[in-house]
Design a binder for this molecule. Structure first.
Ligand SMILES: NC(=O)c1ccc[n+]([C@@H]2O[C@H](COP(=O)([O-])OP(=O)(O)OC[C@H]3O[C@@H](n4cnc5c(N)ncnc54)[C@H](O)[C@@H]3O)[C@@H](O)[C@H]2O)c1
Length: 363
């Protein structure tokens, strides 16, 4: 596979196609999908792969499993680069079976996603969208003390579920920006932010790792979800867990839609008008479950947390799989994003590099 000198981030997306699927074809490389569709089906992608294709840069709305990996492999393909951090749309075992390297784009989305989660937290806490609609509808007749009373964040507790890269960055924003106390739960790791503050001689807020997710749900005033989507996190927030939360809590989801049982959420929002949510992702994207759009206590945006240029750059560089080793630390990809110097001769993040026995960069 070869990658053009200019990565996709340097060039505007073609006006004729809406999908960001790129195919690397020996004869016409790179070939950009020109389907006038936002979401491509497996059949659409099969047709695009055809009988010769070195690799594909695709997106999280595509279902990459046995059918597509076997077709890509038959067409001579060696890489699928997912333009996303999460790769719950990819069956990595099927990719391993056909020897296809799977790329993702960690790190570049950390701050942008955390900032959107912080924006949704504030929008929900201060009822920005409701107030905006009220204003535009010409209903404002003068200042009133009880008009859109919101939540004061300072001194309240922020809960983070999934304290990886994005969860930790979000925690930093809420703790440093609004002096909130922090409680977090993560299935696997027990490091993050509190120890960092302590190591720097600061202890402006309390912080603790909860022993269970339920503890976070019960204690926090604002809860932001940042885990990966897998079988341990599918419907992690369900009817029972919603019921554990404070009646006036704020729930934010910028991870993946199915982490919340959206039908249960709509019911909970209806029954608890002071409970608020900020959602970037939805269970059946691009659709919302019935009733969600009518809920005044929900702020909804169309999966915009990842709208960033760096992601396209990393996705394209992951396509350089032939002849390039794998970057040793996918959590530290800044060197690939510096526009003033050439990118390292490596693929930034290949999630199944160990399974495929791919060499690691010495850089
Ligand atoms: N909305 C967007 O546009 C957008 C953008 C980027 C990433 N994301 C989503 O955010 C997710 C997190 O990204 P990241 O870069 O922080 O990943 P990360 O791998 O650094 O962090 C994920 C964390 O979730 C934890 N986790 C896994 N299972 C858990 C469970 N059952 N309970 C609690 N914690 C659990 C992991 O231990 C890890 O610390 C991605 O997988 C992706 O789905 C969404």
């Amino acid at each position: 596979m070869t990658v053009p000198k200019n990565t996709p981030s340097d060039e505007p997306l073609p006006p004729f196609g809406r999908s960001t699927l790129w195919l690397y074809k020996p004869a016409f490389f790179p070939q950009i999908c020109t389907e006038k569709k936002t979401i491509l089906s497996v059949d659409d992608i099969l047709a695009l792969i055809g009988d010769r294709c070195d690799g594909v840069i695709g997106q999280l709305t595509e279902d990459w499993g046995e059918t597509l990996f076997s077709a890509l492999s038959r067409a001579g393909g060696k890489a699928f680069s997912n333009m996303a951090v999460g790769y719950n749309n990819v069956d990595v075992e099927a990719a391993n079976k056909y020897g296809v390297a799977v790329g993702n784009t960690p790190g570049v989305l950390t701050e942008t996603t955390a900032e959107l989660a912080a924006s949704l937290s504030l929008a929900a806490a201060r009822r920005i969208v409701e107030a905006d609609e009220f204003m535009r509808a010409g209903k404002y007749e003068g200042w009133l003390p009880h008009l859109f009373v919101g939540n004061l964040l300072k001194g309240q507790t922020v809960g983070v579920i999934g304290a990886g890269r994005i969860g930790s960055a979000y925690a930093r924003m809420m703790v440093e920006g609004f002096k909130m106390n922090l409680i977090y739960y993560d299935l696997y790791q027990s490091t993050p932010y509190g120890q960092f503050l302590k190591a720097n001689g600061e202890q402006p807020v309390t912080w603790k790792r909860a022993s269970s997710m339920e503890e976070v749900l019960q204690e926090a005033d604002v809860i932001s979800l940042h885990p990966v989507l897998d079988k341990t996190t599918y419907h992690l927030v369900n009817k029972e867990r919603l019921a554990m939360m404070k009646k006036e809590a704020i729930l934010v989801n910028c991870s993946r839609g199915p982490v919340i049982d959206e039908v249960a959420l709509v019911e909970h929002l209806r029954e608890n008008p002071m409970f608020r949510v900020g959602l970037d992702v939805f269970e059946d994207e691009p659709y919302m479950k019935p009733g969600l759009a009518d809920m005044k206590n929900a702020v909804v945006v169309p999966h915009i947390a990842s709208a960033s240029k760096g992601m396209a750059t990393l996705a394209a560089l992951n396509g350089k799989i032939k002849g390039y080793p794998i970057w040793s630390n996918p959590n530290s990809v800044e060197a690939f994003l510096d526009e003033n110097s050439p990118a390292p001769a490596a693929c930034p993040s290949i999630v199944n590099s160990k399974a495929l026995g791919l060499p690691v960069s010495k850089l």
